[in-house]
Design a protein around this ligand. Structure first.
Ligand SMILES: Cc1cc2nc3c(=O)[nH]c(=O)nc-3n(C[C@H](O)[C@H](O)[C@H](O)COP(=O)(O)O)c2cc1C
Length: 168
């Protein structure tokens, strides 16, 4: 499949089937993230793969918009070593996007649950405690992933004419 078809068809999936995907499939998604571009090729990322139901339930309570995590068979926690890159946040966005696209191409569904917040670390501190994450690492996102149990329709996006504001 052409990458553009995968990009256009991917949607955030917040409902998951009971059937649990193999760990190998989930690891393939994480592997896709490892090939993302990063400033000076710093690759500041690392991940925690959570499958323990009780931990997942605790993670789902980190903020209002992460309740969907409770129904996920896996949560991938995306972490950044801020000492490795002066653009760690952008780097992480690239890695997570690659992960989400690979998930879609494998027939999985995934959704970003926001943890990092520019103004306070409360959500990071909560997740840090639940998973005993080192103070050295920033916690960017908890990504719910599993077999999709919903099919959102294709998304309406800006037209190219709207998006390209100038050609000079
Ligand atoms: C930085 C970022 C944070 C997000 N945080 C959440 C979140 O906490 N909870 C949630 O349900 N979706 C979250 N999302 C998913 C967005 O709501 C979703 O990408 C957006 O509505 C567009 O829909 P789509 O992914 O289906 O194209 C987040 C996405 C991004 C990129």
């Amino acid at each position: 499949m052409d990458i553009i078809d995968i990009i256009k068809a991917r949607r955030s999936i917040r409902k998951y089937k009971k059937e649990v995907p193999s760990e190998e499939l989930i690891k393939r998604c994480i592997e896709a993230g490892l090939y993302a571009p990063s400033a000076r090729n710093s690759q500041p990322w690392s991940f925690i793969l959570v499958k323990d139901k009780d931990k997942i339930k605790q993670l789902s309570k980190v903020q209002t918009f992460t309740k969907f995590l409770e129904g996920a068979p896996y949560v991938i926690v995306a972490l950044a070593d801020e000492k490795k890159s002066n653009h760690w946040l952008e780097d992480m966005g690239c890695a997570i996007m690659a992960l989400l696209l690979e998930a879609h191409s494998l027939g999985l569904g995934a959704c970003w649950g926001a943890i990092y917040h520019p103004e306070n670390k409360d959500r990071e501190n909560y997740v840090r405690k639940v998973l005993d994450v080192s103070e050295e690492l920033r916690i960017i996102a908890c990504i719910g992933i599993g077999y999709p149990d919903e099919t959102p329709s294709p998304k309406k996006v800006k037209s190219l004419d709207e998006a390209i504001i100038k050609i000079v």
